[in-house]
Design a protein around this ligand. Structure first.
Ligand SMILES: Nc1ncnc2c1ncn2[C@@H]1O[C@H](COP(=O)(O)OP(=O)(O)OP(=O)(O)O)[C@@H](O)[C@H]1O
Ligand SMILES: [Mg+2]
Length: 332
């Protein structure tokens, strides 16, 4: 069966002021309909860049997909024309950004903004059909229909994020990219927005990539988890693998502090010693070796292989040593 989303060997750079920034460095990922993947990693790991690449919304002439393939529902995103992408965005893939105000037009009524997406993608709908659909979408995301004539500034932060979700879901995309969708919200509203996303996933079978720093949110909402470091996925697995499994990449172990122990309600990523490497000048071998307590000579010299064991994959020389009798080794 082919996957809804398949990313192979993605490399993305930014043209920085002085040097090239290596933001995504050989990322592989697959996702199926209805699945929610949590994408986790420190600031600068390349999470947003990955999402913007799928949307083909990297800053023009600055962000460049150097290599690799992104296939979404059979479409080759890296090769699609800008005109094709305008159609695919909204109908096949949508993105929710951290700050709802950046994606809302402050001078248009919120109902019109939802209607606009429908008009763009479903050209055969009459004005009445669109009005009816806008009302349905408002109800779906729990917004009072009569408020559709108001402007974004008249809503609270949580309600604005609901409007953004309404716009993102208006055409029932198969993939939703949510980049820290609740970070700007207070805790109770956060929970409501996440519950809403969960409910919508069940109703519409949307696949979601949820980018977050909050491990509690990942544990509650994601069935797959990918850990990113310096533009690569260094560990991936089911939520159970990541939260309850015994083998982990040393970076995951560092980030999670003392997993597996969900009872401690350790929600934030654990600060780990050292800094992310300079993305304009990445280290040789394993990019984590400069911070890794287990690093040996091979880690400085050779890129680690991706070791798969059941549903879990770890990119680390430590596990390559043991792979002979436990799992299978795949070339990246
Ligand atoms: N427009 C840009 N120009 C130059 N470099 C950029 C640009 N956008 C991002 N970068 C760099 O690319 C790398 C990856 O950034 P990205 O925003 O994808 O990280 P992130 O994982 O989303 O981080 P955060 O958790 O802070 O949101 C970083 O080193 C960042 O500084
Ligand atoms: Mg980001």
């Amino acid at each position: 069966m082919s996957h809804l989303l398949e990313i192979k060997d993605l490399h993305v750079t930014y043209r920085g002021d002085e040097a090239k920034v290596y933001a995504v460095n050989g990322l592989d990922l697959t996702l199926d309909s209805g699945q929610t993947l949590g994408l986790v990693g420190e600031t600068g790991a390349g999470k947003t860049t990955t999402a913007l690449s799928i949307m083909r919304l990297l800053p023009e002439r600055i962000g460049i997909i150097e290599k690799g393939q992104i296939t979404l529902d059979g479409y080759d995103i890296t090769q699609a024309s800008d005109a094709d992408m305008r159609v695919l965005r909204g109908s096949l893939v949508s993105m929710i950004f951290q700050d709802p105000m950046t994606s809302l037009n402050p001078i248009r009524r919120v109902g019109e903004q939802v209607a606009e997406v429908l008009e763009l993608h479903q050209k055969n709908l009459s004005k009445e059909d669109i009005d009816k659909k806008v009302d349905e979408i408002f109800q779906l995301v729990g917004l009072p229909v009569e408020r559709k004539i108001e402007y974004p500034h008249q809503f609270s932060g949580g309600m604005r994020q609901r409007i953004v979700i309404a716009i993102a879901l208006a055409c029932q995309p198969k993939l939703l990219l949510a980049d820290e969708p609740t970070t700007a919200l207070d805790v109770t509203i956060q929970a409501q927005v996440l519950d809403l996303m969960q409910e919508l996933k069940e109703k519409l079978d949307t696949a979601t990539i949820l980018i977050t720093h909050d491990l509690g949110v990942v544990a509650e909402t994601c069935d797959q988890v990918a850990i990113m470091y310096a533009g690569e996925i260094i560990e991936i697995g089911t939520a159970e693998d990541i939260f309850e499994g015994k083998d982990h990449h040393p970076y995951t172990t560092g980030l999670f502090g003392s997993i597996p122990d969900l009872s401690k309600k350790e929600r934030r990523l654990h600060p780990i010693e050292g800094m992310m490497p300079d993305p304009t000048n990445l280290p040789s071998g394993c990019k984590f070796h400069t911070r890794c307590p287990h690093a040996t000579a091979i880690c400085q010299q050779q890129e680690p292989p991706f070791i798969k064991n059941g549903t879990q994959g770890i990119c680390c020389h430590l596990f390559a040593d043991a792979a002979g009798n436990r799992g299978s080794q795949e070339d990246k």
